[in-house]
Design a protein around this ligand. Sequence first.
Ligand code: RAM
Length: 360
Amino acid sequence: MLNRLARVRARVPLLAAFALLASLLAACGSTQSSQKSGGTTSVASGDANPSAPLRRGLKIAFLPKMLNNAYFTAADNGGQEAAKALGMDFKVVGPSDVGASSQVSYINTLTSQRVNAIAISASDQNAVVPALTRARAQGIKVVTWDSDAAPAGRDVFINSTSAEAVGRGLVQDLGKQLGHKGQVAILAATPNALNQITWVRWMKTELSLPKYKQMQLVKVVYGQDDDQQSFNQTQGLLQAYPNLKGILVPTSAGIAAAARYVDTSKYKGKVIVTGLGTPDAMRKFIKDGTLKSFMLWDVPKMGYLASYAAAALASGQISGTEGQSFKAGDLGERTVGKSGEVILGPPLMFTAANIDKYHF
Ligand code: RAM
């Protein structure tokens, strides 16, 4: 996989599609915008020794929002690759749904098993915090990735990319395709996950600009990262709003289901779908013209970075305080930013021109 990651990285600067993202990031004025929780900021503190030796034989557990979801499996695979390179004992556990409290019993079990680190994408920013706090009180290091928990529950957050770039970028992409006119809706995953909350908030911020005055957001619905529920929600939206022109879908399970519905319906070619999806699941829909574009990041790399951060924490090289640096294998040296956040990199825009270069 590392070869593949290296290949993907080498191509990134060459892709014309990224010009859009580059201009977007410039317009945003910052690439550091994060998923912000409502809670008070309390990043981990304490002594860290950057030259402490890397501990071998550490036990790390990945806890995605749910199992059997291609997006999370790709992240887990990246985490496993890094764990192997670091000599860590690696496992993945997790629920089969993205319910707010579904991860709590897994955290409790991992705590009693005394793993050294938990790497979690939180389905709910608050519901996991008491269990994570108990884990941390026993010396377990907690890295969130993809979707953050309130800062009190973790040491470091591996953010996929700038939340502002995602929210604004998806609306800009849709606006362009629609000539900035027509009714639009959002099909998100859940109302509890911080990544979803933050992306939707940025979408609304972008939509409030004068250039979108003829683009009206009519509804936000949730498909719970479930294929059938997302499919049904897409159908429901199109029936309830016969003039709907576009759907923004910031969830990989949701966008695949929405594309599948539109593909075989009378709306194909009439309703624009864009959002966040995995290249393997969306390839067919890009090729058959159901979708022109969608966005994501290198998901295995995100998991890879989470494992390296966990190893650095559990070895005492970092504690999660802003300014500390750690080595992240192929990804080079990374520095902890504000609120214990480490950003993987800029988002990728996928189109027919580049989708075949990505396989996850
Ligand atoms: C969904 C999940 C995940 C999100 C991706 C893009 O599968 O909600 O958290 O980042 O989509």
